[in-house]
Design a protein around this ligand. Structure first.
Ligand SMILES: [Zn+2]
Ligand SMILES: [Zn+2]
Length: 297
């Protein structure tokens, strides 16, 4: 029998992943329903959870720590931030990191899980709901993420990633009733998912390019604003391991501020930081204009 491989791209992701499709549909319905229950407390809870899931979880943990190892931290910090990431409803860390590492390997070429070259809508949301079983085979996924696959805590968090929203949802229900659940779970996750998906769709289409990378990545301020700094995506593709994506003073990067705050608190070290030397794009085979440093000053 042939060794199973992950084949991403529109051509390979055949069939509908019904569990994901039905869940996505239900969460969108719940998000719209929230708009009929305007409640300041519920909206504040949603805002707090949006920061916890999107910034502490996806930006600072899933992406810059687990995928690219842009900084080092204690295991307990890594596990806590990763748990926050599960709140975003973007799957467990092993699935997310595997998919994203493949995106960097194959950016906008054959095998990229979500390139807008195969359709804007495909890159945004279509790729999530196509591909039977793609998201569930931990053995296959684990080969792309050996570092996490041999860590029992990350394996557990990957298997049980959906439980965090059940726990938080029940707590919200007990505290504030239905409006809190609609805002804190359904609206907040749906809005957050679209913000993350915009990094895959919009920042491979619209925006400016500081670096002449081989992919179509762009820097886009409004995606950065919605995703805590992930929208400085051309900077990121040029220097994937940098814990800092916003490289100019005007490129606000809340995820970087969060990581730098961890450093100041003594909870993070060995931060990899790209710095701009001069604002000109580099030619292939030329010296890059950015230098990587092992720590911030
Ligand atoms: Zn990208
Ligand atoms: Zn990345």
């Amino acid at each position: 029998m042939a060794t199973p491989r992950l084949l991403y791209g529109r051509r390979y992701q055949q069939g509908t992943n019904w569990i994901t499709a039905i869940a996505m549909g239900a969460f969108h319905v719940g998000a719209v329903a929230a708009l009929f229950y305007i409640d300041a407390g519920a909206m504040l809870a949603a805002l707090v959870l949006y920061f916890a899931a999107g910034m502490l979880g996806i930006g600072m943990a899933y992406h810059r720590l687990l995928t690219h190892r842009g900084y080092k931290t204690y295991n307990w910090v890594e596990y806590f931030l990763t748990w926050c990431g599960t709140l975003a409803l973007e799957g467990g860390p092993i699935f997310w990191v595997a998919t994203h590492r493949i995106h960097h390997q194959k950016s906008d070429r054959e095998g990229d899980p979500h390139t807008p070259r195969e359709g804007t809508w495909w890159a945004h949301m279509g790729w999530i709901i196509k591909g039977q079983g793609l998201h569930h085979d931990a053995d296959v996924l684990g080969r792309y993420v050996p570092d996490l696959a041999r860590d029992p805590v990350h394996v557990w968090l990957s298997t049980w990633h959906w439980t965090s929203n059940v726990v938080v949802g029940l707590a919200l229900l007990a505290y504030g009733g239905i409006p809190y659940v609609l805002w804190g779970i359904f609206f907040r996750t749906t809005f957050g998912l679209h913000c993350t998906w915009l990094v895959n769709s919009a920042t491979h289409i619209w925006g400016s390019r500081r670096f002449d990378t081989r992919d179509d990545s762009t820097n886009n301020w409004w995606v950065a604003a919605l995703s805590f700094g992930e929208g400085w995506h051309n900077n990121h593709h040029a220097h994937p391991t940098s814990a800092r994506h916003g490289l100019a003073w005007y490129e606000i990067d809340l995820n970087w501020m969060g990581i730098n705050t961890l450093r100041i608190l003594g909870l993070a070290w060995d931060l990899k930081v790209a710095k701009i030397k001069q604002e000109v794009p580099y030619e292939e085979n030329d010296q890059p204009v950015i230098e990587e440093e092992e720590a911030v000053a």
